[in-house]
Every structure is written in structure tokens, then in C-alpha cells.
Design a protein around this ligand. Sequence first.
Ligand code: SF4
Ligand code: FES
Length: 221
Amino acid sequence: MGKIRQYDGEGIRVTYDAERCIHAAECVHGLPDVFDPNRKPWIEAGAAPAEDLAAVIRRCPTGALAYERLDGGPEETQAPANELRVVQDGPVYATGDLILLDAEHTEIGRDTRVAFCRCGASENKPYCDGRHTETGFEDPGVIGTPTVRPPGDEDSTHLTVRLRADGPLVLEGRFTIVASDGGTAEGAAGALCRCGASKNKPFCDGTHREIDFEANDPTAV
Ligand code: SF4
Ligand code: FES
């Protein structure tokens, strides 16, 4: 995890993790007076009411931006369902109640919004750092042959995402995958490719072993 910067406004504290920002610019378009990449500091948290800031921050798809209310206002709650939105030539945007586990099944984070690298080139895995653009990663982002276990009678609402060592993202818990063409697949367990080489994206097909994929994932401390 990168260095997290903090900006206090009227009744709200904004945090920003630069290493997780891929300049999707939802923030800049949403509140240009607050988020101005040409200014230093680029976040002026006092330039808008806390409620407006919170609404825009919740649209940051990577989780680079987060907030804490200092005025008793509502904190961010997770989306009612776990969703994995596959971006053409880019990452997978996950939203919901997300629990990140290392390869040993130890929790290393809990989040509501995460952009997961799927090209294999990020230097901040498992997070996307925008390198898919430099490397020319190409994938239409449609659903191949689904290799997920269909939902049953699970009653947990969270989704665990385990970083298999030098392998895929292993999903456990109810989720919906939404493809770039609007196609969907529902599941309760599955494995998403993050080496960039699967022939059945977004699912893992085992190719990571053939290419000796190295993930260099974070582990619990
Ligand atoms: S919305 Fe999030 S990912 Fe996009 S530019 Fe702002 S902070 Fe970065
Ligand atoms: S992680 Fe890419 S094929 Fe398994």
C-alpha cells in the first residue's frame, strides 16, 4: 500500500492513495473546485459541502479516494451486492463488501471499491496502477466460457478475494461479473485471471503456470 495522504474539509476527512489512482477522473469531473490536478495540493477538501464530496468520492472506481465523516454524517456503506465490472483493455472494478486475503488466507484488507490488475503488469498488485495502457494490454472484456460455481444458498454477503500465489484472484461469496458488452455471469466461487495470459478471460485457465507469472503480492504483517 502506498503513502496515504489526508485532507480535512468542513466535517469530512478525505484520504488519497496515489498508487491506487489511475486517473479515471471521476473526481475531477464531479467536483472540479475540489479536485484539480493542476493545483498543489490538488485536493481542496473545504471547497464543497461534505455531502457533495462524499457522493463524488464514492464514485472513485479504484478506491484511491476514501472519506471519514467528522460531522456525524453517514459513512460509506458497501453496495448491496458484489459486482466485478470488466473493463475493455483494462482492470476489473470490484464493488461491494470486499475482503482481501493473502495466499495463506490471512485478511490483508477490507474495502468497498477496488480496481484489480488483470494485465499482469502492475507494480502495485493486486491493484491496477494504469500500466495496462503502457503495455498495450488488449482484451475486449467480454465473458468467455464461465468457469464459476453458480450461486447456491450462501447467506454471507461479503466477497473474499484471495491472492493465490503467482496465480489468479480466487473468489468466494456471491458476485456478479459484468462484461464490457453488458453480459453478466453470476457465481459463488471462481478464479479471475490476473496474469493477462488466459485464453478464457476474465477467468483463469491455468496459463499463469506456463508463463511463470510472478505476482509479488503483499502479505499480512
Ligand atoms: S476518481 Fe479515483 S482513480 Fe479516478 S482520478 Fe480520482 S482518485 Fe484517481
Ligand atoms: S492467472 Fe492468468 S491464467 Fe491463471
